[in-house]
Design a protein around this ligand. Structure first.
Ligand code: 3PY
Ligand code: MG
Length: 265
């Protein structure tokens, strides 16, 4: 089994980051920083399918795996993301086994699924090769998100969906569904997330978790997740810029005072 599918299924300690900025430079920065994968986020970012060829091509040129989070569980969105060159797909808000089966059907060609077939797309190098369908089935990684009380209740049967490569836990939406909005470290969110991790790992299923900070990522990796998705590119940019501005203006005192004093003399 080649490609991202193998990496997701067999890898541990994997690090990814969400990208909501549709720029090749951002994808390059994520690759240069050494992440294993980028999740290009069409659910929350102003990114369209037409942006995907250059974004996924840039990732590939840097040896960075690309996963596209589609807006919703919809076969045409899943097929378009894969045709454009994504190595894998992540589908938000999956609440039942039936929904998870629909994701697998949309992402795998027959006989494993019912993905719309056209071997002249970018992902197939535009060449119409008949071997591409089987190769794509072997390498494309399929992840579904458990982030609602419905998904938690059906976690066991979702995890056992044939053809699925991994589950992703979304603590932000989960905190909202559990009535503690935004409190991703709330004991209820932690307990429900831990249940999903245990169910997945008992079945040797890959499990990814969103954590906005490096400390959170390390904590969840130690708790058993196989991939941590550490924050969002735009958020990291703002945090880094704020820190640089604060340190350059020396808000804790020092440099600014010295300059003012110099001006007075
Ligand atoms: C969540 O935490 O709800 C996510 O989907 C991560 O972006
Ligand atoms: Mg979410």
């Amino acid at each position: 089994m080649p490609g991202l599918r193998k990496m997701v299924r067999e890898g541990t300690g994997l690090l990814a980051v969400f990208s909501i900025l549709p720029r090749v430079e951002m994808i390059e920065a994520i690759a240069i920083a050494g992440f294993d994968a980028v999740i290009i986020d069409l659910e929350h970012g102003p990114i369209e399918v037409g942006d995907l060829p250059q974004l996924t091509l840039t990732a590939r040129a840097h040896g960075l795996s690309s996963i596209v989070r589609v807006r919703e569980n919809n076969p045409s969105l899943i097929g378009s993301a894969l045709d454009a060159g994504a190595n894998g797909v992540l589908v938000p808000q999956v609440g039942s086994r039936r929904e998870a089966e629909a994701v697998v059907a949309a992402a795998r060609f027959a006989p494993e699924g019912a993905r719309g077939a056209n071997p002249w797309v970018r992902a197939a190098a535009f060449q119409g090769g008949p071997d591409w369908f089987a190769a794509a089935n072997e390498s494309v990684a399929i992840l579904v998100t458990i982030e609602g009380t419905d998904g938690i209740a059906s976690a066991r049967s979702i995890i056992e969906t044939p053809g699925l490569d991994g589950v992703f836990i979304g603590p932000v939406d989960l905190s909202n569904s559990l009535g503690v909005p935004g409190q991703i470290d709330h004991p209820l969110v932690v307990a429900k997330s831990s249940e999903v991790i245990d169910l997945a790992r008992e079945r040797s299923m890959a499990v990814a978790m969103f954590a906005p900070t490096p400390d959170g990522a390390r904590k969840w990796l130690a708790r058993g997740v196989t991939m941590a998705v550490v924050g969002v590119d735009a958020g990291h940019l703002v945090a880094a810029l704020s820190d640089i501005r604060k340190r350059a203006s020396n808000e804790q005192g020092g440099l600014a005072t010295t300059v003012e004093e110099e001006e007075r003399t």
